[in-house]
Design a protein around this ligand. Structure first.
Ligand SMILES: *Cc1c(COP(=O)(O)O)cnc(C)c1O
Length: 371
C-alpha cells in the first residue's frame, strides 16, 4: 500500500458548480478561470471536464495557456495578465490566446510588433481595485486605439475586476460598477454600436446581479468554495470539488497532563485517545492550523491536537471510541469546507487548495452520465 495522503477531485461537482454560475447569469458566456493549475485541481483535467460547457478558459501566463494547447484543448484562452514580453504576442496570436491589455506600455509594444494574424484584445479598466488596468479617464482613447489597430481583431472586450464583491453589503462594488458603466457609455457615445464586456468573478456572479456582463469569469465557485463568509442561497449550493484525505497510522492513549507534538503545545485535559494521521504541511495541510481545527473521521468531527508536522498530524479522538487504525480522515471536502479549515489557519480556502503540492496524488471522479 502506498502512502495514503491523497486528493479526490470530483468532476461531477465541478460541472454542478458550473451550472450554478450559468443559472446566476444565464445570458453570459463563461470564461472558466484555470490559473495556478485550476486552483490546485489540475488544469488539464478540469478543462477537459468542462470544455463543452464554457466559451473559453482564463490563465495567468502563456506557459499555462500552452499547457492546455499541448494537452489538445482547442478553446480560446484568455491571458489575464497579458503578455510579459512582446515576443509572447506572436505566440498568443498563433495559438488563439486572447490578451488582456492592462497598461498602455503593452499597447505600445503591440503596435511595434509584427504579427502573422490579428489577436483578440481585452482592455482592462481599473475601476477601483488599483492592481491592474488603465484608468477610466483613458478608457475611450485606449479602446479606440486597440479597435483601430490592424494588430487586433474587430471586437475588443472591455473588462474590469471587483475588489470587494465577496462583501455583500460593501457599497464599493456599486461604485466600481458605476465607473465601468461610464466608460462603456463614453465608448458608445463615440459611435460604437455594440460593446462586449466582462466583469464577474465568483463574488460578483453570485452576489451582484447588476454586475452581469457578456463574459463572466468564475474561479473559486467552480471549485465549490463560497467566496462569502456569510450564508448565501446560491453559494451554499456549491459542492466542494477537492477532498483531501489520509489515514490513521497510529493510535495511543495518554494520561491527563500529557502533551502532544512539537513544542508540546497541546496538553490533554483528561485521559485521552490520540490518533496520528499521515498528512502534514509537506502535503499542503497548513502548519498554522490551530489546535481545535476540525477533521472528519467516521463521519464525525475530531480535532487537531498540537502542531502539524511535515508528514503527520495528531487528532483528539477521545469522543469517538469506534475509531481504528486505517480509518480514513478527511481534512477538507464534503461536510467540511476548505474555507472552514482556512479560518483556523488565518487564510482563505483559495490558498489552501491552490498551494497543494505535487507530492499528493490526485484521483479524478467523473460519472459516466455526467454530461
Ligand atoms: C482570478 C480571477 C478571477 C476569478 O476570481 P474568483 O474570485 O476565483 O472567482 C476573475 N477575474 C480575474 C481577472 C482574476 O484574476
Amino acid at each position: 500500500m502506498s502512502r495514503p495522503a491523497a486528493m479526490i477531485i470530483n468532476l461531477d461537482a465541478l460541472r454542478h458548480n458550473l451550472s450554478i454560475a450559468k443559472r446566476c447569469s444565464p445570458l453570459s458566456k463563461i470564461v472558466a478561470v484555470l490559473k495556478a493549475n485550476a486552483y490546485g485541481h489540475g488544469a488539464v483535467e478540469v478543462a477537459f471536464a468542462i470544455q463543452d460547457h464554457v466559451e473559453m478558459f482564463a490563465v495567468s501566463s502563456i506557459e499555462e495557456a500552452m499547457q492546455l494547447r499541448e494537452a489538445g484543448l482547442a478553446k480560446p484562452v484568455l491571458l489575464l495578465e497579458g503578455c510579459f514580453s512582446a515576443s509572447e504576442l506572436n505566440l498568443a496570436s498563433k495559438h488563439d490566446f486572447s490578451v488582456v491589455f492592462h497598461s498602455e506600455y503593452q499597447i505600445n509594444a503591440l503596435e511595434k510588433q509584427t504579427l502573422d494574424k490579428p489577436l483578440s484584445a481585452w482592455l482592462k479598466i481599473d475601476t477601483g481595485m488599483h492592481r491592474l488596468g488603465i484608468y477610466a479617464s483613458s478608457g475611450l482613447r485606449l479602446y479606440q486605439r486597440l479597435k483601430d489597430s490592424d494588430k487586433t481583431q474587430n471586437v475588443v472586450t472591455l473588462m474590469t475586476h471587483m475588489a470587494s464583491a465577496d462583501l455583500l453589503n460593501e457599497p464599493y462594488t456599486e461604485q466600481q460598477l458605476t465607473e465601468f458603466k461610464q466608460v462603456k457609455k463614453a465608448i458608445i457615445a463615440n459611435g460604437e454600436r455594440q460593446i462586449s464586456t466582462s466583469i464577474g468573478n465568483s463574488g460578483t456572479i453570485l452576489g451582484w446581479p447588476e454586475g452581469r456582463s457578456d463574459y463572466i469569469r468564475p474561479g473559486i465557485m467552480l471549485y465549490g468554495l463560497s467566496p462569502f463568509n456569510e450564508a448565501h442561497p446560491d453559494a451554499d449550493q456549491l459542492q466542494p470539488v477537492m477532498t483531501l484525505q489520509s489515514k490513521i497510522i497510529a493510535i495511543r492513549n495518554i494520561d491527563a497532563g500529557e502533551r502532544v507534538g512539537y513544542g508540546s503545545t497541546w496538553q490533554a485535559q483528561q485521559p485521552s485517545r490520540v490518533a496520528t494521521v499521515a498528512i502534514g504541511y509537506g502535503d499542503g495541510y497548513p502548519r498554522n492550523a490551530k489546535s481545535g481545527t476540525p477533521v472528519l473521521v467516521r463521519e464525525k468531527r475530531a480535532y487537531l491536537a498540537g502542531r502539524v508536522s511535515m508528514d503527520m498530524l495528531s487528532i483528539d479522538i477521545t469522543h469517538i471510541p469506534e475509531v481504528r487504525i486505517g480509518d480514513t480522515v478527511t481534512l477538507w471536502g464534503e461536510s467540511l469546507s476548505a474555507n472552514e479549515v482556512a479560518n483556523w489557519a488565518d487564510t482563505i480556502g483559495y490558498e489552501l487548495v491552490t498551494r497543494m503540492p505535487l507530492r499528493v496524488p490526485k484521483t479524478y471522479l467523473l460519472s459516466e452520465s455526467g454530461q
